[in-house]
Design a protein around this ligand. Structure first.
Ligand code: ADP
Ligand code: MG
Ligand code: ZN
Length: 490
């Protein structure tokens, strides 16, 4: 459409200039050159070549090179085992996995995992980044997608490999919600082409093709990408916890001479919020400092200095203060204590770990899937939700905004209690209750539980603080470790 308009306009201009007695020779030449360029870009896809390599690249990476990502590696390799066993899959008529989406913050090892996946499945690795598909010219992006898939297939056949992995980094750039991200049609065409390619993958293709994509903004993706038969596996790649950071620092100091005084565990403790990439750069900076001092080995102080350097250099924004982390530990411990009191054995994990927007979390066994909840169960759920804020108040003297989400959920449960006729009002139609009455009765339901939680935690303040301190220093307690602490203190 734009093309026709442009040509029409250009022609009109040339005729106008010719009529006005202007020398149009150079202009016509310009038009021809522009046309040729356009043809090249449009039809030849800008002569773009993608990186295609065998078994994850010249510098092969294996899962053992990726530290602190045990859970992600387990999930990923389970999915990959499907591909390795494709004969069975075919035989049993199972729908093959076509796409795996790696989601998580930058520098956590998503690209490494994709490369390792290629090594693991003995696959050709063809990679591109979402931004490489974005062009000014309509159709170029779509063409590049087609070419990427095509070259993955061809290279695999050339290398007589039965597997090929197409890796698309920053998929959010091209896979954003259609018609929403920009007013640019280009994105839509590119995304459509990707969907077409994925839908075209068949069980009996000569080359088994798997698409792995990475993003740190899964929330931006077009839902069409997440449908079954497309990216139907999602693997979260989180920032590493303390033990994970230790593993990663060990990996990146494998080839470096360390002085006797180096305490990598201490460095791991001091680097809350660091990604794998930050830790790699930390180890590198430490070595550079040692080199500047003409030393043969890297000392502990070099690492300590580098922590500061990496922090400054990377503007690790939103790095929480020690006080904030302590508050989070207290908050989560509050949840956990009430959960354990209502349902012994229910706490499965308790952490201060950056995850999404939260700085910590506590996990409990879900109650077996229920159709019905008794009043007691609902009230227990309420008490667990309220315990975070109450714990902050009891241990630290004040509450924080960290409980907002808890309260939203608590209000929902309180409403259910009223709706189910379990409140002081008995059986009522919640819709027909005047606003102020509804508000009052919900507040009272919450208040009763809040008082109960306050009493419970106030008599256990010492325990609350002790457990929170331990969570803070360990960053993570398992359910068993948590219960052992309770036993000790009993
Ligand atoms: P992402 O794709 O998640 O942004 P990358 O895989 O590109 O992260 O990681 C960039 C670099 O950071 C890697 O080359 C590696 O040196 C280091 N790195 C990141 N995560 C890890 C990890 N989990 N273990 C070891 N090194 C890591
Ligand atoms: Mg990457
Ligand atoms: Zn909470």
């Amino acid at each position: 459409m734009h093309k026709e308009l442009g040509i029409g306009f250009g022609a009109a201009l040339i005729i106008f200039l010719a009529v006005s007695g202007y020398n149009i020779g150079p202009l016509i030449l310009l038009a021809v050159v522009a046309g040729a360029l356009y043809y090249l870009m449009r039809v030849k896809g800008l002569v773009k070549n993608f990186a295609v390599s065998e078994g994850g690249g010249g510098n092969p990476i294996s899962f053992t090179d990726v530290g602190g990502q045990a859970a992600a590696i387990k999930e990923l390799s389970e999915a990959l085992d499907f591909i390795k066993n494709y004969r069975f899959i075919r035989h049993l008529g199972i729908r093959p996995i076509k796409g795996i989406l790696l989601t998580g913050p930058p520098g956590t090892g998503k690209t490494m995992l994709a490369r390792a996946a290629a090594g693991y499945t003995d696959a050709i690795f063809a990679s591109a980044s979402g931004s490489e598909f974005v062009e000014m010219y309509a159709g170029v992006g779509a063409q590049r997608v087609r070419k990427l898939f095509q070259s993955a297939r061809e290279e695999a056949q050339k290398a007589t490999k039965s597997n090929a992995i197409v890796f698309i980094d920053e998929i959010d750039v091209l896979g954003g919600r259609r018609g929403k991200v920009t007013n640019h049609l280009e994105y839509d065409q590119t995304l459509n082409q990707l969907l077409v390619e994925m839908d075209g993958i068949k069980v009996d293709d000569a080359v088994n093709l798997l698409v792995i994509a990475a993003t740190n903004r899964a929330d931006l993706l077009d839902p069409a990408l997440l449908r079954p038969g497309r990216f139907d596996r999602q693997v979260r790649v989180e920032l590493p916890d303390r033990d994970g950071r230790l593993e990663i620092i060990r990996l990146h100091t494998r080839n470096k001479p360390l002085a006797k005084d180096v305490d990598l565990a201490a460095i791991a403790r001091e680097t809350f919020g660091f990604s794998g990439a930050h830790l790699e750069s930390l180890a590198n900076e430490a070595a550079i400092l040692a080199m500047r001092e003409h030393l043969e080995v890297i000392s502990h102080r070099h690492f300590v200095e580098s922590v500061e350097k990496v922090l400054l250099g990377n503007r690790l924004d939103r790095r929480p203060t020690q006080e904030e982390l302590q508050r989070v530990a207290v908050h989560e411990t509050g949840h956990a204590l009430l959960s354990e009191s209502a349902r012994p054995g229910s706490v499965t994990a308790l952490t201060v770990t950056p995850r999404g927007n939260a700085l910590g979390y506590f996990r409990q066994k879900t109650e077996d899937d229920k159709y019905l909840y008794t009043q007691e169960q609902l009230e227990n759920q309420l008490s667990v939700l309220l315990a975070g804020a109450v714990a902050e108040e009891i241990a630290l003297g004040s509450r924080s905004t960290g409980a907002t989400n808890d309260f939203d959920q608590a209000v929902g449960i309180a409403e259910t209690i009223v709706r189910a006729g379990m409140s002081e009002l008995g059986v009522v139609s919640v819709e027909e209750l005047p606003d102020d009455i509804r508000h009052q009765v919900i507040s009272r339901v919450l208040k009763v539980q809040e008082e109960r939680v306050k009493e419970y935690l106030a008599t256990r303040r010492g325990l609350l603080v002790r457990v929170a301190d331990r969570v803070l220093s360990e960053e993570r307690l398992s359910g068993e470790e948590f219960r052992a602490l309770l036993q000790e203190s009993a």
